[in-house]
Design a protein around this ligand. Structure first.
Ligand code: JFZ
Length: 413
């Protein structure tokens, strides 16, 4: 019988830390980055897997500097980093004893980038999360093959139990050798929804090794037993624009949306289709107003540095965060749900009205709940004119807002 998961006190504390954090960096980096065509290139281009492995021979990211990565994330206002410890291609980006197909054994670079990243995160006060793929397009015991990765010329051998043991052993390494880990970000369950994943066993192992470690799984369903946060890929909770999350009713767990700055997760040299800084900030603010974090992706180049476009956007977001971050971080969704003009967040006795999209000076806030102490423009703390009506609070702005996010601050009595 399935035992009910009872999160530890530390886990509950970390969940609140996570809710406060609001903004993290997703990093997709692996030997696929060398082909500069996204992290799915092996199967998207029907490459031969045995040939693909040879990429490792040439992987020498001389510009890799964990400190620099973490500094860029921190300057952008991000509080955590989620790094691809092993993606669907099955290549481990850390020093693992479970397979030689890893960055230390199989590349001339020989460095454990996760060790370096863990140390840099520790030093700069960011938490480190691991993306960990359930899918494996490399191992012969990931069999029967799932929906993906069938066209790479592999021959099956071994048993499904071998594969489960392999993952358990790797997760044990990841949760033993790199200090406290913020969370494990699983992905790929959806490749074989009917397989015997034994997630309970996997989750129990993780919580035994690090009770505070937050488990999330990108399965696009309502959370499974044992999970600590719920993620929404390329969508804000409740939206289903990307078409992945139809069955993902919003749970009471901490929520996280993830998004790319351009279109692809792994480095893609032809993808310069970057969203504007304004759009990215709107996504972050929209997430906060919907009680979710934003995990914003960077796909480092094969040499180990971030694409210039990503760096520029992160810098601009960071500048914005230095002024407005306090209306996002440490907040929860405001009492007024998402409106066509924007969202609200709240902290203590303050309600932040994030006006993202308004072409007039009047704005009715549909709330009559509480007594108002004052209403000011967040930026310069000047008073905002308002009237109380039967329907709510009618704001009278001096001008049509042109800021990326025009924030009005209401202080309740
Ligand atoms: C997954 C990965 O496949 C992708 O490479 C990236 O890491 C992203 C963050 O997560 O993306 C998915 C997951 C599920 C589906 C599509 C893409 N799906 O169910 O169609």
């Amino acid at each position: 019988a399935q035992e009910k998961y009872v999160p530890s006190q530390e886990n509950l504390t970390n969940r609140e830390w996570f809710r406060d954090a609001k903004f993290g960096m997703f990093i997709h980096w692996g030997i696929y980055s060398m082909l500069a065509d996204g992290e799915w290139v092996l199967t998207n281009k029907s490459l031969n897997e045995a040939e693909y492995q040879k990429l490792a021979d040439g992987f020498y990211p001389s510009k890799f500097n964990a400190d620099e990565w973490v500094r860029i994330a921190k300057d952008a206002g991000m509080k955590y980093i989620c790094f691809t410890s092993r993606h669907h291609d099955g290549f481990s980006m850390f020093d693992t004893k479970q397979s030689d197909y890893n960055i230390v054994k199989a590349t001339p670079f020989k460095r454990d980038v996760i060790k370096e990243l863990a140390e840099a995160c520790q030093k700069h006060g960011l938490k480190l999360f691991f993306y960990y793929s359930h899918i494996d397009w490399h191992r012969p015991d990931y069999y029967p093959w799932g929906r993906t990765g069938r066209n790479t010329g592999r021959t099956p051998s071994g048993t499904w139990e071998d594969y489960l043991k392999f993952m358990d052993a790797q997760l044990t390494e990841l949760l033993t050798n790199y200090g406290p880990i913020g969370g494990i970000w699983f992905d790929g369950w959806w490749d074989k929804p009917d397989a015997d994943w034994q997630l309970e066993r996997q989750y129990t192992l993780i919580h035994r090794l690090q009770p505070g470690c937050l488990i999330g799984n990108n399965h696009h369903k309502a959370p499974f037993e044992g999970e600590d946060f719920q993620m929404f890929e390329r969508d804000l909770p409740g939206q289903n624009k990307a078409g992945y999350s139809a069955d993902a009713e919003i749970s009471a767990l901490p929520l996280e949306s993830c998004e790319t700055m351009n279109n692809t997760w792994g480095y893609n040299i032809n993808d310069r289709n970057f969203k504007s800084t304004k759009q990215l900030i709107h996504t972050l603010v929209g997430a906060a107003g919907n009680n979710a974090n934003l995990l914003l992706n960077v796909g480092p180049r094969p040499g180990g540095d971030f694409p210039e476009g990503s760096v520029r956007h992160l810098k601009e977001i960071g500048e914005w965060m230095r002024t407005y971050g306090e209306t996002i971080q440490g907040t929860r969704a405001g009492i007024i749900p998402q409106q066509d003009w924007g969202v609200t967040t709240q902290k203590g006795n303050k309600l932040y009205i994030h006006i993202l999209n308004l072409n007039k000076t009047e704005l009715l806030l549909p709330t009559t709940d509480r007594k108002i102490k004052s209403i000011v423009c967040f930026k310069d703390q000047t008073p905002v004119k308002y009237k109380k009506t039967k329907e709510g609070i009618l704001l009278q702005l001096n001008e049509v807002p042109t800021d990326i996010d025009h924030i009005v601050e209401i202080i309740w009595k």
